[in-house]
Design a protein around this ligand. Sequence first.
Ligand SMILES: Cc1cc2nc3c(=O)[nH]c(=O)nc-3n(C[C@H](O)[C@H](O)[C@H](O)COP(=O)(O)OP(=O)(O)OC[C@H]3O[C@@H](n4cnc5c(N)ncnc54)[C@H](O)[C@@H]3O)c2cc1C
Length: 480
Amino acid sequence: MFETDVLIAGAGPAGLLLAAELALAGVRTTIVERLPQRPPYCRGFNLNSRALDLLARRGLADGLVAEGHRVPHAPVTGLPGPLLLDGAATDHPFSLGIPQTRVEEVLEARARELGVEILRGHDLRSFTQSADDVTTVVHNGQFGRTLRSRFLVGCDGGRSTVRKQAGIGFPGVDARWYALLGDVECDLPYGPSAGPDGRSLFVIPRPGYVRIVVREDAPPSDKDTPVTLERLQAQVDTVLGLHVELREPRWLSRFGDAARLASKYREGRVLLAGDAAHIHPPAGAIGVNVALDDSFNLGWKLAATVRGTAPEGLLDTYHAERHAAGERILANTRAQVAVEEAGAEPWADLLRRVAAHPAGNRALAEIITGLDACYEPGGHPWLGRLAPDVPLLVSGAETRLATLLHAGRPVLLDLTPSGSFAAWSAGVPVVAASSPSTSDIDAVLLRPDGHVAWVGTPGAGDAGLAEAVHRWVGNVPVPV
Ligand SMILES: Cc1cc2nc3c(=O)[nH]c(=O)nc-3n(C[C@H](O)[C@H](O)[C@H](O)COP(=O)(O)OP(=O)(O)OC[C@H]3O[C@@H](n4cnc5c(N)ncnc54)[C@H](O)[C@@H]3O)c2cc1C
């Protein structure tokens, strides 16, 4: 007896989106979350273009966009000007200001609506895995219990118990510096300032308070020592060279520039997603966004594996695709910090000049937000990339490409006037459509995450389509 098909540790952005994706595909899913309720403070405050594009493939972006605040550029560290998103490869050419806690609420509501069980106040303590299952011990503060599942996914943050217990390495570099964060009230003007010792102080406006970020003058002897208001006050006073009173602390914390990447995203029946798989310097404000990206990639692959329809090796493409993405994220965020620290060094000027050039600026925006994600480069420009949300006419009704993906299934989009690909419907859902934006395409095989697995160009027929279907959809009937 399995208590659940997939057990997820952690109800942050990664765990909640993954759970919703699995439940959408009919997979019984349970989340165990250590905290009895969501904390009152908020870490992140943005969704980037890539995350919005992905959420739109499930109909989840519009509501958030209506609530949030649009900014036409991507956050970046170390470069003087903004990274503009106008003309970037996205359906959402803006960053959305919205609290991480609000995104989590929306994802939690969706997960619950789809039948996910969320056990708050339950700490994952240990697990063992066999060839067939994972047996996990969770504790609710009073009692321990075991849960047997087919798979376990660690979405349990940077200090992931799941990662450690699975014996998965976390190579990388330790933090060289730490910054204090304080959500407080005070009379400081918004914006950055620099102290006489070169240390920076940021005062970021938040609703009803400010977020202060200041580098510590020396690494703490123990980074887990709780941050006090006195400590933050002393660091702020030193940087400013005067005393400005900090009041009403809502949240005091510390973060550093450590960068680490799990050596594997899968060990047997145990997988990792989000911060559990990678930590990096806080440049570009991408943590939530990358966590969502991981889960969106993993959800449909794990669901197909649990249901027994997955082609051989499908689940391992999660590591192949997202570990490589993790490597790029560490490189990008570390590069941003290095440029910031380089100051007037001539080598850093090169990147600044690239950022000042319109095409270079757009390329950097696409790299830092992950919009450049291409899992299988080569051939047609759409191949391996997230298919753009082009307008479509289906059975006389106007729709869009992203809408076809709301059910979380693969789609073979047939754009030929005669419906030449109809016979493939025995193996994969076929949607016959026309579009003004796709004259060089006869048909496209879309993975459930919207990435393009195959493109049929005029005159090429269905060459290569059977292989793509067998690779991404499964061993299903294909026309002979
Ligand atoms: C100060 C700060 C500002 C940030 N700003 C931004 C920003 O502007 N934009 C952005 O995109 N990102 C930002 N981030 C990063 C972002 O918050 C994280 O990258 C993101 O929350 C990662 O999501 P996750 O689901 O992987 O992990 P988490 O959100 O950390 O969720 C992990 C969950 O697992 C639970 N858990 C841990 N251990 C166990 C266990 N043993 N059993 C059960 N549950 C467990 C935890 O309680 C937690 O709820 C910021 C981070 C910080 C610290």
